[in-house]
Design a protein around this ligand. Structure first.
Ligand code: TYD
Ligand code: MG
Length: 453
């Protein structure tokens, strides 16, 4: 096999023509390695057999029936999948080491197997006895799942061929290796080749595959991003180490909505589902304190209420600190700048800390107004009115834009016992929400109305 040498980033999979210390594509340092690529020889292009025959779309749709999805009964997982597992689909579940991927997938394997799907769980990291011990701890000792402890991909494909399962879970793709690829297991070329072989073989045989991928900081081991484009669905399992919540987030889904989340709680007996995440994220909230604001957000199709906490204090340093957990730091800088230049409220000479409670990560711009409320509350040492939710996007001019799905957000707030909401003018609250609504035009009006500043 002819090699086509190149340089690949192990963090994001970007291909470069020469080595450099930092990847231009993702900004990671020391992640670029020399790599032989997938190359099956770079021979001259010749015509092949016409297997990819073109068919008129209207002819197709008359015969094709939509695939029947299998639901595993773990509702949080089914929803993230877009309503269940699509036959012959390829999934990737990424996450930091130790976050709980193996636990989640063993539970999922047992759940799918219990629904009649023939399931094989292939562990390249643990011996079968260890997987069995884990299953015992999770109360799944009698689950009808088949186990294999194997890393040689050829053997795994042979097993799939012989056993004809409907679902194969590969834990993890970084431990798999193909003897036709020269580099070590975990390298970009091995991970790519293994993922390609597995997914294409499985699709031909009508088998669904779930690949587990560790997010790595080590430049020698390829991260899950290098195979994201080869699979139908990409899920990330996230959470803060110190917190018991874990969030399964769909970042790409060919068969359903992206941005959907499933919330789980870690327990001694494995992951348990959290059907009402808002109640859990707000659980530890006490009396209204300065610097705290409740944001009514939407994650996928579901409203989720979270508490934002800010702390503003004079800095002893020449460079004030800006630290953010669970939100985008660039967006925080933007809101501080808008508060400063449009409303005349300076944050110079002050350290600013922002935290999303419960280990949740927020990506919605609709959180802007809640962030501003938390920052102002902390700076002015004034709590927001009790039992109030806030949402709305802030533009650079200081104007406020209504957030999508206003009605859903308000309904969720009402359900959780909130009595009022501060929202931008122009949002459509729909029918009677039973909440006291305060409509604000722009950030200056908000500052004046709420904080009297
Ligand atoms: P594990 O599933 O092995 O993580 P990963 O496969 O992502 O590396 O989980 C890590 C550890 O956490 C393991 O010792 C089991 C423990 N754990 C629990 O005790 N309860 C749980 O609910 C989860 C998810 C993990
Ligand atoms: Mg694991």
């Amino acid at each position: 096999m002819a090699k086509s040498p190149g340089f690949t980033c192990t963090a994001c999979g970007a291909v470069h023509s020469k080595w450099s210390g930092r990847c231009d594509a993702c900004g990671e340092w020391n992640s670029i390695i020399e790599d032989e690529g997938l190359g099956h020889g770079a021979g001259p292009a010749t015509l092949g057999q016409a297997r990819g025959k073109a068919v008129r779309l209207s002819d197709l749709s008359a015969h094709e029936t939509p695939p029947v999805r299998t639901q595993c009964g773990l509702e949080e997982l089914d929803r993230v999948l877009g309503g269940g597992l699509v036959p012959a689909s390829a999934l990737l579940v990424g996450g930091d080491p130790g976050i709980g991927k193996s636990t989640l997938l063993l539970q999922a394997a047992a759940a799918f197997a219990a629904r009649g799907l023939k399931t094989i769980y292939v562990s390249g990291e643990e011996a079968s006895a260890q997987v069995r011990m884990r299953a015992e701890r999770l109360g799944l000792r009698d689950a009808p799942v088949q186990l294999a402890a194997e890393t040689n991909l050829r053997d795994i494909l042979t097993t799939i061929e012989a056993e004809k399962p409907q679902l194969v879970i590969i834990d993890s793709i970084q431990t798999m290796w193909l003897d036709s690829v020269g580099s070590a297991p975990g390298s970009v070329s091995q991970v790519r080749a293994a993922a390609h072989e597995l997914t294409s073989f499985a699709k031909r045989r009508g088998v669904s595959v779930i690949l587990v991928g560790h997010v790595t900081k080590d430049g020698q081991i390829a991260g899950p991003r290098v195979v994201e484009h080869m699979v139908d669905t990409v899920l990330y399992f996230e959470g803060e180490r110190g917190h018991q919540f874990r969030i399964l987030r769909a970042v790409k889904n060919r068969f359903g909505p992206a941005d959907e989340i499933g919330v789980f709680e870690m327990t001694g007996r494995g992951l348990s589902q959290v059907a009402n995440p808002s109640a859990l994220f707000l659980g530890e909230r006490g009396q209204p304190t300065p610097g705290s604001a409740v944001f009514a957000g939407i994650e996928g199709t579901r409203p989720v209420l979270v508490e934002l906490q800010a702390l503003v204090a004079p800095t002893p340093h020449s460079q004030p600190r800006r630290a953010v957990v669970g939100w985008d730091s660039g967006r925080l800088a933007m809101i501080l700048a808008v508060l400063e230049s449009r409303c005349g409220i300076p944050f110079a000479g002050m350290d600013v800390y922002l935290n999303v409670a419960g280990g949740m990560k927020i990506g919605e711009p609709a959180a802007d107004l809640a962030v501003a409320a938390a920052l102002l509350g902390a700076r002015e040492d004034t709590p927001l009115p009790a039992d109030t939710v806030v949402f709305g996007e802030i533009s650079l001019s200081g104007a406020l834009r209504p957030a999508p799905q206003t009605e859903n957000r308000l309904k969720e707030a009402r359900k959780l016992g909130f009595t009022s909401a501060i929202v931008p003018k122009g949002g459509k609250p729909g029918g009677a929400t039973g909440l006291n609504l305060t409509h604000v035009d722009d950030l200056t009006a908000f500052v004046g109305d709420i904080f009297g500043a």
